[in-house]
Write a protein that binds this ligand. Structure first.
Ligand code: PLP
Ligand code: ZN
Length: 368
């Protein structure tokens, strides 16, 4: 047996790849790999996520749907900081790793049922799922908050997906996407274990691009938690397979408005705002459904969390752009988090660091 999909709480096994939560207790599902990471298995002639194909055993080779996602550049930013340019993925964000793996694993099953896929998103995941659905010849219905940015809305529509704007909180958007309709198959990226699992590839790439000498710290923005969980799971897999010596310290970066994980991790009370007005408009999960899992994994990985103020995000966003890296304000939160931890003495200024730049600057409507 190469893998199992199990409930993160009651450990029941799920045999149906379309399941997005445990059918016994409703908690999130997790992929458990029973394969070691062997460096010799890396397909060195494939410059995409699929160079690690063997480690995604639930995707049949002939079912791979690819737009060339992954193998994004890791570039030197300063003496000890490197940037992982996830903004250069096919739809402009890291989400393409999750969508490619999810859609590759499921498109046959969805077609057999003559169904269509449904997804809820603040924008980037919706655009990404819409693109991969288009590539696979599937219909997609994407539910977004009313506040979705114009460029993301246009991108989703351009891929030919049906788009539904939902008023109210981010949780309301998820509820609408999950409402039963004939033919609808919900593959919501936050809950579906295969989307999160696809993001493991990001840790493999960082390790490989660092010649298996991983940095001391990896900073990444966190909202619903799929990026965080995927990256932790990839690094843990590498450590357990003896492919790297130790886990980097993964630092979850959140905005003051949307920081449930930071508060839980630091044992502080969190009161979500009435509405999210931050320029980091992709980070909107004030009540993420997999918060417990994020907390448990961040603790067991000996990671850390940092919260940044709005002016720190703005400054980091401008600073990156002025140095040639035009990314979404939500991505700049990782840089703001790094700068804050250096300022506070929590990270040494000569520690080796990778910042994950998650999304493209062209997706924002922010004026310079
Ligand atoms: C650009 C960008 N960065 C970071 C995130 C956070 O990822 P996650 O929701 O997996 O925590 C998102 C999610 O929408 C995003 O679009
Ligand atoms: Zn369960």
């Amino acid at each position: 047996m190469k893998y199992e999909i199990r409930c993160s709480a009651c450990k029941s096994v799920s045999k149906n790849l379309l399941d997005f939560r445990c059918s016994s207790c409703g908690k999130p599902l997790d992929v458990r790999l029973h394969l070691d990471f062997e460096k010799t298995d890396v397909r060195r002639d494939d410059y995409s996520v699929w160079r690690y194909r063997r480690l995604f055993p639930y995707v049949e080779e002939e079912n791979v749907i690819s737009l060339g996602e992954g193998w994004t550049p890791l570039v030197q930013f300063s003496n000890c900081v490197r940037l992982k340019l996830e903004n250069l993925n096919p739809t402009g964000s890291f989400k393409d790793r999750g969508s490619a793996v999810l859609v590759s694993a499921l498109h046959r099953l969805v077609n057999e049922k003559k169904g269509y896929i449904s997804e809820d998103s603040s924008g980037n995941a919706g655009a990404s799922i819409a693109a991969y659905a288009a590539r696979a010849g599937l219909k997609a219905k994407i539910y977004v908050p009313e506040s979705v940015s114009g460029p993301k809305f246009n991108q989703i529509q351009s891929y030919g997906a049906e788009i539904v704007k939902v008023a109210g909180s981010r949780s309301r958007v998820a509820e609408e996407a999950q409402k039963r309709e004939t033919g609808k198959i919900y593959v919501g990226h936050i809950l579906h274990p295969l989307f999160r699992d696809g993001i493991r590839s990001l840790a493999y790439e960082i390790a490989e691009q660092c010649k298996w000498e991983v940095p001391d710290h990896v900073f990444l923005p966190v909202s619903a938690g799929t990026l965080l969980l995927g990256v932790i799971s990839g690094f843990k897999h590498l450590v357990n397979s003896n492919a790297i010596r130790a886990m980097p310290t993964v630092v979850a970066c959140q905005t003051a408005q949307v920081s449930p994980l930071y508060h839980l991790f630091k044992n502080l009370d969190y009161t979500p705002p009435e509405s999210v007005t931050s320029i980091a408009d992709a980070l909107v999960s004030v009540n993420p459904p997999i918060l417990e899992l994020m907390h448990e994994q961040l603790k067991s990985a000996r990671g850390d969390a940092v919260m940044v103020e709005e002016d720190e995000t703005k400054e980091a966003y401008k600073d990156l752009a002025r140095k040639g890296f035009f990314v979404e304000p939500s991505s700049a939160v990782a840089y703001a988090g790094y700068k804050k931890q250096v300022r506070n003495g929590e990270v040494s200024s000569d520690a080796s660091v990778v910042l994950i730049l998650t999304g493209a600057g062209l997706k924002t409507t922010l004026k310079p």
